[in-house]
Design a protein around this ligand. Sequence first.
Ligand SMILES: [Zn+2]
Length: 278
Amino acid sequence: MPMFRSILLAVLLAVMAWPAQALELSGSFTQGGLVVGRAEAGAKVLLDGRPVRVGDAGEFVIGFGREAKPSATLEVRYAGGRRETRRLDIGQRRYDIQRIDGLPPAQVTPPPEVMPRIHDEGARIAAARATDTPQAWFLSGWIWPADGPISGVYGSQRILNGEPRQPHYGLDIAGPTGTPVVASTDGKVLMAEKDLYFTGGTVIVDHGFGVTGVYSHLHSVDVAPGQMLRQGDRLGTIGATGRVSGPHLDWRLNWFDQRLDPALLLPPRQGDQQKINQ
Ligand SMILES: [Zn+2]
């Protein structure tokens, strides 16, 4: 029965070629998106040639910044020598332009005497964002860190008193001073500062694998560096500290140097959808 045998052989070959465990990816394949992946224990993962931390169970995370290109290449090298390459299509977004006038000139262009302070704080924040901890705390999922309406979205280009400035990378949640701010997911406090020049009361939380959350303009800072936070644990309260026009939480999310959009991780509440840059 040569026919039967050749079918059997074809089936056998197909089974052998089938990956032991398929590569799983879930998240937002768009600018500002965070994607959680699972390969296999012992696999090596590279995003556009850049090595990505892989956990004991094969878990990893990647992120795409505001200006991420339309395609990225994910390469997985399995322990047995097999390789898998996937082209990822990254959605391109349009960001709106936000003009804010009437700010005190010192806040638009800081006076020269505060530049050393600004550089020092910037270097410390950059060092915190470079943290690469082997705990996948971000796998606990995400919740809103504060109650209140969205008052600013990720990606907007800001023009302050007519001068173009850095895009806005945070999700702003407005609320009265003293409104509790909680950790959106599990993590460990990296920085807890009462008065940074731009961001005022600031808490930076390490969510693991290079994912950091930055909670800014806090009225009170209720945690200390090294402290473990579970999702929902209070870390401070909404305030109007630093460079702000009113009390709100500015919540930012990073994957190392890539700035991500926190709004993509949360189930949109009623009325929020039209506010978020698509
Ligand atoms: Zn903001």
